[in-house]
Design a protein around this ligand. Structure first.
Ligand SMILES: [Zn+2]
Length: 422
């Protein structure tokens, strides 16, 4: 095994042991920041890269628990202070020579999965399983961190061959598509000419790179909360304002939103919680839902309808309400120039045999928000899938992947950097 691959595997296993859920990646961020700084990168943290008004689905309780655990696990107090409550970091490498700006994005969060105890599972065999109960890197974002840091290492050693600026975004809270909007709203991408991001494994085996996955669905995750007035259900029901009933009406109306004639839409109310007790007029209700659309315009139509219904029901029941966007992603079309370039690069990797160009993603990924911002300001963007054999599906307790592909990932990014900034 090459020394380079050996180092990448070590990194991946190190981060695998300390999985953290979205907006709670304090230990992870501190470690990444230290690695980047040691290589000579300028490191941006906290509100330098996160616009608090666009932070989606950040649960203060989860944040505080994660922060306490990171402290107990000896995360650098200086780094924690610099984060100011907001995880994720950006490493900036300025070659000092005129040129383009390339932004790469790597997501760093884990999922709420308890890692399997099966002794055959490699992390158990080799002693690098999650030490955080109920949390696991079961989507392969530990691989993304390792590939990002491996790429950083390469950049620091090839600075004399490069022009322009490279920014490496280590993004929090991809799960639930919660993290990208806040980074997009910061200044990080303002000077970006190129953007690239990827996911490991997913549907592609080792030896494959899907250079142009299609059908990224636009989506918005929304919470609706109703605040009514409690009252005695027998003696004074007329004094109550029924939040549960308002929520029930909302759910049926939401599912009745007229379909859009120009493209696919989806809506799902996944959670409805309401009421306090059998004999009390219910004074509180929460609805968790998501909409999706074939493109941003159609998804925006669904969001508008949801907001209108929430408001209308609140008025008719004479209760207070609030809505909160908990996550979002948009559709994105890869720029053909970058697809062609990536295909060329991928096929130069000795282990890559297939660059299957036609694959429908049919899911959501918030890197699209970042990619689209770059495209809207005149730049070019690509999202691709780096194949890796897996032991189980993503988000399963025995998920693991072919670690040799870490080096493939780094080599592809290095070649992309050389082509764009060389
Ligand atoms: Zn993932």
């Amino acid at each position: 095994m090459s020394k380079e691959l050996d180092q990448l595997i070590k990194l991946r296993r190190e981060f695998h042991q300390f999985p953290e859920i979205g907006w709670g990646e304090f230990y992870t961020t501190a470690k990444i920041a230290d690695y980047l700084a040691a290589m000579g990168f300028e490191v941006l943290l906290g509100k330098q890269i996160i616009h608090p008004d666009f932070v989606r689905g950040r649960d203060e309780k989860v944040v505080n628990q994660s922060l306490e655990r990171a402290k107990a696990q000896h995360a650098s107090p200086d780094r924690l202070a610099q984060m100011d409550g907001y995880t994720g970091c950006v490493g900036v490498w300025d070659t000092g020579k005129a040129g383009k700006t390339l932004v790469l994005r790597f997501d760093i969060d884990c999922v709420n999965v308890n890692e399997t105890n099966d002794p055959a599972h490699l992390p158990n065999q080799l002693g690098f399983r999650s030490i955080n109960d109920g949390l696991m890197h079961a989507c392969g974002h530990d691989a993304h961190i390792a590939i990002g840091l491996g790429t950083a290492q390469w950049i620091s050693r090839h600075q004399d061959q490069l022009h322009g600026v490279i920014k490496l975004i280590f993004q929090p809270a991809e799960e639930g598509v919660r993290g990208a909007a806040a980074i997009a709203a910061s200044d990080v991408l303002n000077d970006a000419d190129y953007f690239a991001a990827s996911h490991i494994s997913f549907c592609a085996d080792s030896g494959t790179v899907i250079c142009n996955p299609k059908n990224f669905l636009s989506t918005t995750k929304i919470d609706i909360r109703y605040f009514g007035t409690p009252a005695h259900a027998g003696a004074q029901p007329h004094l109550g304002k029924n939040a549960l009933l308002a929520a029930a009406h909302t759910v049926t109306q939401l599912h009745g939103i007229a379909r859009h004639g120009e493209g696919m839409t989806r809506i799902n109310v996944g959670v409805l919680k309401a009421g306090e007790g059998r004999n009390v007029i219910p004074s509180s209700a929460t609805i968790q839902l998501e909409v999706r659309g074939e493109n941003k315009a159609i998804n925006d139509y669904m969001v508008e309808q949801v907001m209108q219904i929430a408001k209308g029901i609140a008025i008719s029941f004479d209760i207070r309400y609030e809505t909160e966007i908990m996550g979002e992603a948009v559709d994105m079309t890869n720029d053909p120039e970058l697809v062609a370039l990536l295909e060329e690069i991928a096929l130069q990797q000795p282990q890559i045999r297939n660059t299957n160009a036609d694959y429908a993603f049919n899911a959501s990924e918030d890197a699209t928000i970042l990619g689209r911002k770059v495209q809207e300001q005149g730049g070019k963007a690509i999202y691709f899938i780096l194949g890796a054999d897996r032991t189980a599906g993503h988000h399963q307790a025995n998920f693991d992947f072919d670690e040799r592909q870490l080096l493939t990932g780094v080599n592809i990014y290095n070649a992309l950097i050389t082509k764009l900034l060389g």
